[in-house]
Design a protein around this ligand. Sequence first.
Ligand code: GUN
Ligand code: FE
Length: 463
Amino acid sequence: TFIHSVKLGELQYMHDTAVCVDKHGKIVAIEPQCDLSNVTEALCQKLSWDAHDLAITITKEGQFFFPGFIDTHIHAPQYPNVGIFGKSTLLDWLNKYTFPMEASLESLPKARRVYTSCVRRTLAHGTTTAAYYATIHVATTNLLADLCHAMGQRAFVGRVCMDSADVNPAYYRDESADESLSRTRASIAHIRNIDPSYALICPILTPRFAPSCTRDAMAQLGALRCSSGLPVQTHISENAAELALVKAMFPECGSYADVYDKYSLLGARTVLGHAIHLTDYEINLISERGAGVAHCPCSNSALTSGEAPVRRLLDAGVGVGLGTDVSGGYSASVLEAVRSAALVSNHRAMPMGKWAETPAEERERAKLSVEEVLHLATRGGAGVLGIADRVGGFEVGMEWDAQLVGLGLVDECPDECDMRDHGNVDVFGWEAWDERVAKWVFNGDDRNVKKVWVRGRLVHERK
Ligand code: GUN
Ligand code: FE
C-alpha cells in the first residue's frame, strides 16, 4: 500500500501496487493491481531487468509507504534545547537560550555530537529533507553538511548571516557585512565540493532575520541570490516585539516583507519562517514574488508567537510547508508539526479572542484537515524548496524518498506484549484507510517509522 497526497486535501491510496526504483533512486514504474505471485517476472520483463539485480521490500499487513517528510525550517544547533523554553517569548528566548547554545557550536567536537544526533533523530522521524539553519561558524556549518551527506539526508544547509550590532550579542555575530558574505561564500564552496550538482546537499542563503542583518549584508546577499539562483531562508513576522523592532530599524520600508523585497531576497525558493502577523498587502506581495512559507505551529505555540493564517496564505496562492523550528519548536518530529498544524488551525475557528469578530464561515474554513496537513508536510514543503519535481509524492520520474509506516495491529500483539514496540496506534482491523491515517497523524511517532529511504538509499531502519 502506497499513500501520498495528490493535491491539497486529497490523499491517494494505492493498494496491491508495486513501485519500482532504479539504482539511481529514481521511480521508473508504478504497477497497480500487482499479483504477488508473479510480480517479479512481470516487472523484470516490463523493465528489461534481470531478476538477480532486484531487491524487493514487501509491506506487511497494516504497513504502508508514505513520502518522506520535508522539514522546511529547523535549527540544528538548537537541537540540545528542544523542550527548554520556559515562558519566554522570541526576543528574550534568543538571548537566554539560543544565542549561547549556537555560539558554543563553534566547537567541532561538540558540533559533531549535536549534529549527528539531530540528523539521526530527524531521519528516525521520517524526515528525508531538511532545511537547516546552522550557526555563523564556517567549519561547523560545513560539518553539518558533511554529516547530512554521509548519513544520506537530503538537506539545505545555511550558514547563518548576522552582522548587525543592534540585536546580535557581541559574542555571537559576524564582524561586518563583508565578513558575513565571505564566510557565506566559503561555506557554499565547501558544499559544492562535496556535492557538485547539489543533488542532495544544497547551500541556502540564510540572513537570520531582518533585525540581525545590516542593509549592506542584505543587499549583498540579494545580489548573490540573483547571480547564483540559490534558495534563501529567513524569519518573518513571528512576534509583536519583533515587528516593532523591524518598524523602528527600517522606517524607510512600508512593511516587514518590504524589507526583504527591497534587498531582492523575496522570490521563488525563498522560505519565510512563521509568517504569522502579515497584512493582506504582505501576503499579496509574497504571493506575487513566488516566495513560500514554513509554517511552524509547535514553535508558534511554545513561544506564544501566534496562530499563522495558513488558509489565507493558501487562498492567496502562497506555497506552504511545515517546519519543526527546533528549538522554538519543542520536537524534531514533522508528524508532531502535522498534528499541531491541524489543532492550531482549529483554534482560528473558535469564536474567541481575536477571532470572535471573524464571520463564522471564514472561521470554519480556517480548519485544516488531516489530508491537508499531510500535503503541507510533503508536497507543500517540496514546492516551497523548489524540489517538487523530485520529491513529495510517488510518481514515475520522481526520486524514492519514502518512509515505511507500521501501525500496531492488536491481533498481532503477543500476549506478553508490554506495549513498547508498536507505538501508540492500535489498529483493530475494521478501520478504513483514511481512519488509519488519521489515527497515525494524531497518535503516531517514530516507533511507527520502520524504514526510511532517501533517493533509493536506506538511511534508517528500526530494529
Ligand atoms: N528569529 C530569529 N532567529 C530565530 C530563531 O532562531 N528561531 C525562531 N523561531 N525565530 C527566530
Ligand atoms: Fe526559526
